[in-house]
Design a protein around this ligand. Structure first.
Ligand code: ATP
Length: 420
């Protein structure tokens, strides 16, 4: 974990939030490479869970919502974790995560009684006396339920159909820890899939398989399914997809059968008709819901941990990220063999510029010797390095070097695009 956290900081993937002011616990900032990786992961999710599916509608709902949403959903009263405080060192812990619930894991002191602590961040919306108390959303799902009627009215979808959203969520976690695993501000990729009650098991299986495919597509080494016994108030079946982190096996994503709990609760609370007209049966029904919920940041963490590799290449130790090509922040790096040979630089610029339109995520590097440039690119997971040398000036071929094997082959400039 330390090696990955240090690489992430050193190479511009992920920085501690507000670092120059001593940080803010549970917040992290994504630098250029982390952002590129995260965007690629989100794009791939959108492709696999929205574009390649039928009848999935995209949404980008507001983070701030009417507080009645959170009363109806059960979050205002029930989105709590048990908080315990050490009577000696005053450190706070989530009781359900402690093995010994009486003794402080930091100083051995006695732990006090557990109190239920609501994890939603409260905020004021509006000014002065007209201000109301609301919350920063702790999940993106409720924005989807609140827009169910809008999607029905605009698009008249037939069951089954889904609504998908990627966005920020906020939770005032008692003990944020383990790098980006448990943060107070994070991102989720969520899909609510509306189905007739009798078909929920079939659809649950479909999304479960797609989540496994997604894990493979982003290069996560092994996900373990944990059929949960301790279910949330809205769920009749939940599977946690878990990953073997360096700090132990823990949740990566969740897949839940949420029944018709949310639509019914919002119907009662808002007075809006959140039913669906089943034309074949000529009756109104409230659809049931399957929810694949994937944390973006936990995905980034599992991807980085899976990709981090130390090996020996040409008798030298090296570190590289074996990221799949589809999500690597940089697709290829272009080098002139020597930076002080004008004709090499000129030719290399031509190659770089001709590729840049088709591959916006390629970079130029002419700093240090070739071996060092390879190591730098390996460490950030760049799949290919392209070197322009003296032979290029003669025969218009370049060297393309593969990150994982270190193998180099000559490729005609005209074939580069197809090769990449
Ligand atoms: P945990 O048990 O770890 O607190 P959870 O079961 O409360 O997580 P869900 O409410 O199911 O999590 O949220 C869906 C997904 O959002 C999780 O599977 C995870 O990927 C992500 N997630 C939840 N809380 C956090 C957090 N504090 N930081 C980063 N990602 C999170």
């Amino acid at each position: 974990m330390e090696a990955v956290v240090s690489l992430a900081k050193r190479r511009g993937f992920i920085f501690p939030g507000s670092e120059i002011y001593g940080g803010l616990s549970g917040t992290w900032d994504y630098g250029p490479l982390g952002l590129a990786l995260k965007n690629n992961i989100k794009k791939l999710w959108w492709k696999m869970f929205v574009e390649e599916q039928e009848a999935i509608y995209g949404l980008d709902a507001a983070i701030l919502m009417n507080p009645k949403v959170w009363e109806a959903s059960g979050h205002a009263s029930g989105f709590t974790d048990p908080l315990v405080e050490c009577e000696k060192c005053q450190h706070r812990f989530r009781e359900d995560q402690l093995e010994d619930k009486k003794k402080c894991p930091d100083c051995g002191g006695k732990l006090g009684e557990a109190k239920q602590f609501n994890m939603m961040f409260e905020t004021k919306v509006g000014v002065g006396e007209g201000a109301i108390n609301s919350y920063l959303r702790p999940e993106t799902a409720q924005g989807i339920f609140a827009n169910f009627k809008n999607i029905i009215d605009c698009f008249h979808p037939r069951l089954p159909f889904g609504i998908a959203q990627i966005g920020k969520a906020f939770r005032n976690e008692i003990a944020p820890r383990d790098f980006i695993f448990r943060q107070r501000e994070f991102e989720q990729m969520e899909l609510e899939y509306f189905v007739p009650e009798g078909e929920w098991e079939k659809h649950f299986e479909k999304w479960r398989n797609l989540m496994k495919d997604f894990a493979e597509a982003v290069g996560i080494d092994g996900v373990y399914e944990n059929d949960k016994e301790d279910l949330a108030h809205y769920s009749k079946k939940t599977i946690d997809f878990e990953f073997e982190y360096p700090f132990g096996r823990n949740e990566l994503w969740g897949l839940a059968y949420r029944t018709d709990f949310d639509l019914r609760a919002h119907s009662v609370s808002s007075g809006a008709d959140l039913s669906y007209m089943d034309e074949e049966a000529s009756e109104k029904i409230v659809p049931h819901v399957i929810e694949p919920s994937l944390g973006v940041d936990r995905t980034v963490l599992a991807v980085l941990l899976s990709a981090y590799t130390e090996d020996e290449l040409g008798g030298e130790k090296r570190v590289y990220l074996k990221l799949p090509q589809t999500i690597a922040p940089i697709r290829a790096a272009v080098f002139p063999l020597l930076k002080n040979k004008e004709e090499l630089v000129k030719k290399a610029r031509e190659v770089f510029e001709s590729l840049k339109t088709d591959f916006p995520n390629i970079v130029w590097d002419d700093n240090g010797n070739i071996g060092k440039r390879y190591r730098r690119q390996d460490e950030i997971g760049t799949p290919s390095c392209i070197t322009i040398d003296f032979d290029t000036l003669e025969d218009d071929t370049v060297t393309v070097r593969d990150r994982d094997t270190g193998e180099q082959r000559r490729v005609a400039i005209a074939d580069l695009k197809a090769t990449l």
